[in-house]
Every structure is written in C-alpha cells, then in structure tokens.
Design a protein around this ligand. Structure first.
Ligand SMILES: Cc1cc2nc3c(=O)[nH]c(=O)nc-3n(C[C@H](O)[C@H](O)[C@H](O)COP(=O)(O)OP(=O)(O)OC[C@H]3O[C@@H](n4cnc5c(N)ncnc54)[C@H](O)[C@@H]3O)c2cc1C
Length: 467
C-alpha cells in the first residue's frame, strides 16, 4: 500500500529497501523534523517534497539516486540550500540532501583540500586558514560550497587566484545511474570540463579536491561609505581607480542602507550609502598604498577598511543575508561602468524602498581572465563586472514592489548586458541559460548531457536539456 504524501504515492517496499541500507535520515511529510528539513535559505520558496533523503555518505547518495530512478518523481539536489530560485527543493518529489556530509581534509604540504558536498564556505575557510591557506569562494559564509563551485564561484580572492572552479583538481560524483565516477584532467576530462560551470546537470558531486593558495591570515579589507547621492561621482572615480589596481585587490560596490550591525556606530544605521568594499590579498602595507586614493576621494562618512583576519572579512556580510527573508534578484555581466551605466545605477539605487535591499556590483578581471575561455564550461571570463540586483524584504509584505524595482532596473541596463553568471539566474528559461553559457559552449554541454544524463534525470537546476 502506498502512502499519500501530498498526492504522491511512495512504494513502501522500495522505501523499506532504501531505509535498510541508508545511514542518514529519511524524512517524510508528517515526520517531526519535516518542516525544518524542507526549508531552504530563500523564505519566498515554500515547497513540500514527498521525501528528503539526508545522506550520510557516498553510498547513501548512490542508494537515493537508485531509489529515485525507480519512481517517476522529480529529483532535487541540495547541498547548502542557497539557490535563489529554490532549485534545491521541489513539490511532491525527492530531495537528495548532502548537508550532513561535512568531511574536510587539508594537506598543507601538498596545498590541497578535500571537502565533501555539505561543507559551507565558512567551514572550509576555518579549516584552511588554520594553515594560512584558502580556496577562493563567495562572500557569505553560510553559502554551500557545492552549488557555488559547480556554477563558477566568485568572491574576494578571485582577481588574485581565479574562480572557485579554477582551483578544482578533481571531483567524485554519483551519476544518474547511481555509479561513482571521478572527473579530473586525466579521468573523464570531458565531464571535468562540464562540471566546472554547469555541474548540477551531470550528477551529484560528493567530494571536491581543491588547490589551496596562501592568504593572510591578516588582510586589509572592509567597506568605505559615502552618502548614496554621491554615487555618480564615487562610481566615476572608482571606475578609473580600478584600472590601475593590482590583482591582489578585489572590490565590490554595494548600494544599500547601512544595516544596524554592532560593528557600525548607531548614528550611521539606516543611512543610504554607496560603499566600496575591498579585500587586498597581499601584504597589508602594500594594500594601504593601493586603497589610499579611493579612501581619500570625496567625503566618506565612514571608513572600515582595515587590517583584519581574512575569516572575519569573509563573514562580514553574513548578517545581511539571513535565511528565511524573501529574496529575488536579476543579474547581468557588464563590460564596463560607462557613464550611462553609472547614471542608471545611481538613479535606480535611490528608488529602492526596502531597508534590507542591497545590490552588489562585483569587479571581475585579473586571474579570471587568464584562464582560457574554452578550458571550462564557465562563461564570461572577459566581463568587467557582474551586477546582482538583489531585492529583499523580511516577509511577503512589500516583496512584489521590491521585485518589480529589481526587474525594471535590470531592464534599464539591458543595452549593456554582455552575459550572465549562471549562479545568479532565477528561473528564467532556456534562452537565459543559453546566454549564460554562450551558444558554442551550450551546444557542447548538450552533447555532454546526452552522454551522462540522456533522460534528464537531473533537471531541477539551470537545466541543459539533452534534446
Ligand atoms: C547569500 C548568498 C550569497 C551568495 N554569494 C555568492 C558569491 O559571493 N559568489 C558566488 O559565486 N555565488 C554566490 N551566491 C550564489 C550561489 O553560488 C548559489 O546560490 C549556489 O547555488 C549555492 O550553492 P548551495 O550548495 O548553497 O545551493 P543549493 O541550493 O543546495 O543547490 C543549488 C543547485 O546546485 C546544484 N547542486 C548543489 N549541490 C550539488 C552537488 N553536490 N552536486 C551537484 N549539483 C549540486 C543543484 O543543481 C542545485 O539546484 C550566493 C548565494 C546566496 C544565497
């Protein structure tokens, strides 16, 4: 007899077979932990899977895939649960959840790190920084390493060392048949090319092996704030300044209201600002010289760019993006901050209404562009910037208006879009996914999909259809 979970019948005999071999936790509707386990980071996504298979190891992942194959149910893969469009959960399907898989092994001599798929960015930093080493990754420590890496991975160290995906030496992966394969330059190199940018399409990565790079542990880093109405002048100066800076420096411009954080004096809380956030990944004294022209420009109201532990800088933005709030964004790569782009950005920034909305413009270039365009599936290595027009509200109240602001801002920038970073896509359809990879790379990915997942078993993702 099947049991109804949201109208879906699970085969009880097959489920008992899975349970007998499974080391992790199987969670179904009605279970005490179901509501907690089905939650993902974006509070605007509320889905009810029929089964959540919380895997404790590689064998569990393989067993969950084989079980799911015996059903016709949709399958979502979850590691950190930070997909903006909610592509790590589904209604009436099976979630294969890797968040329990937290193993990390550092080899400081060989400068390599092995990390299982459930590791979060902050957990990896904590392990690697103990040896003064790091894997370049994203800017919020509660983001999942797996989803971030498989789409590319941009963050504070990218201009010096490249994308997260550029550090990859190998992955272990469970395919759509439940088999374990390794992908690296020497084993299944076609797959290794594809997972470096379009990863979720070909299987479930259980473990990553990364190259490590020396960083800090102290770096010169942090935000400098100007009043938001100064944005046109600040951005023009910033644009010229960054043409001269070395690749040790990565910057991100953020427009927002200053959040009420303990590190910021209360008189500044709530002020609309444009901020230039820096991270200089070389010697602090050199960083001071590089950052000086920017910090001396105009009349900053607050300057928190100072020497600090790299891990402290990494977690600086965590409190601004807590789980459970309502999030939406639209994104695009831009070649440059032309006067027209700056004027649009500055004007639209003044129109945001939610005090929680904060939109970053990432400075790309440096080491990202030194990897050949055809070496990985990641696209956009020659872009100058990525803008992520993030609209955030605490709850549903005001969400539609803020989302409309994001969409209309993005549309105003349309003449300047070059491509888009795949991890910054919402559920936007096939044409946008094609834009994210470019037509040539997209066709190559389709061929790879036909080889490794011809039935499109892994389809709740930025999907490359095999057809
Ligand atoms: C607060 C916040 C900050 C962010 N900052 C950055 C940033 O600085 N830089 C950046 O590059 N990106 C950033 N992102 C985007 C981020 O890279 C993506 O949201 C990414 O998908 C998150 O990975 P996850 O494991 O948490 O996601 P999940 O929601 O668990 O998974 C997302 C998708 O990845 C795939 N996937 C997940 N795990 C696996 C696996 N083990 N094997 C195969 N496929 C898998 C699945 O297809 C799934 O649909 C940020 C996102 C958030 C929410």
């Amino acid at each position: 007899m099947g049991v109804i979970a949201n109208g879906v019948k699970l085969d009880e005999a097959a489920l008992s077979g899975l349970r007998a071999a499974f080391r992790g936790e199987l969670v179904r509707r009605g279970d005490r932990t179901y509501d907690e386990r089905r939650k993902i980071w974006n509070g605007s996504i509320d889905r009810y899977p029929a089964l959540i298979a919380r895997c404790a190891g590689v064998a569990d992942v393989s067993a969950a895939v084989r079980f799911a194959r015996g059903t016709d149910l949709p399958v979502a893969v979850r590691s950190g649960g930070h997909s903006f469009p909610g592509q790590s959960t589904c209604d009436d399907g099976i979630v294969i959840d890797l968040s329990l898989m937290k193993g990390i092994r550092i080899d400081p001599e060989a400068r390599t790190a092995r990390a299982q798929a459930g590791v979060l960015l902050g957990e990896l930093d904590q392990a690697t920084q103990a040896f003064g080493l790091a894997v370049p990754a994203g800017i919020v420590t509660h983001t999942g390493l797996a989803g971030l890496t498989l789409g590319g991975g941009i963050g504070w160290l990218m201009r010096k060392y490249g994308l997260t995906v550029d550090q990859l030496l190998a992955v272990d992966m469970i395919t759509a048949n439940g088999d374990l394969v390794t992908a690296s330059e020497s084993e299944n190199p076609d797959l290794f090319w594809g997972i470096r940018g379009a990863g979720g399409n070909f299987g479930i990565v259980t473990e990553f092996t990364f190259r490590l790079n020396p960083v800090g542990p102290t770096v010169l880093a942090g935000p400098i704030f100007w009043p938001m109405e100064d944005s046109p002048k600040v951005l023009r100066f910033y644009r010229d300044w960054i043409t001269e800076v070395p690749d040790d420096l990565t910057t991100i411009v953020v427009h927002r209201r200053i959040p009420p954080l303990p590190a910021i004096p209360t008189e500044f809380h709530g002020r609309p600002v444009v901020t230039v956030m820096s991270c200089y990944a070389g010697p602090v004294e050199e960083g001071e010289k590089v950052v000086r022209p920017m910090r001396e420009f105009g009349s900053p109201i607050l300057d928190l760019c100072q020497p600090k532990p790299f891990v402290a800088h990494q977690s600086m933005l965590d409190a601004s993006f807590p789980p459970g709030q309502w999030y939406y964004f639209r994104s695009a790569d831009l070649a440059e901050l032309s006067n027209d782009v700056i004027d649009i950005v500055a004007a639209r920034a003044l129109q945001m209404t939610s005090p929680l909305t904060a939109f970053p413009i990432f400075q790309l270039g440096g080491a990202i562009g030194r990897v050949g365009e055809d070496e990985t599936a990641f696209n956009g290595r020659s872009a100058g910037h990525t803008i992520n027009i993030n609209a955030t509200t605490a709850t549903e109240a005001g969400f539609d208006e803020e989302r409309e602001w994001s969409r209309s801002f993005w549309t105003a920038l349309k003449p300047y879009h070059t491509s888009v970073y795949v991890n910054f896509l919402m559920d936007e359809g096939e044409e946008r996914i094609r834009q994210a990879y470019g037509p040539k790379r997209y066709d190559r990915l389709k061929t790879l999909k036909r080889k490794y997942d011809p039935d499109n078993f892994f389809r709740i993702n930025q999907n490359i259809s095999p057809n």
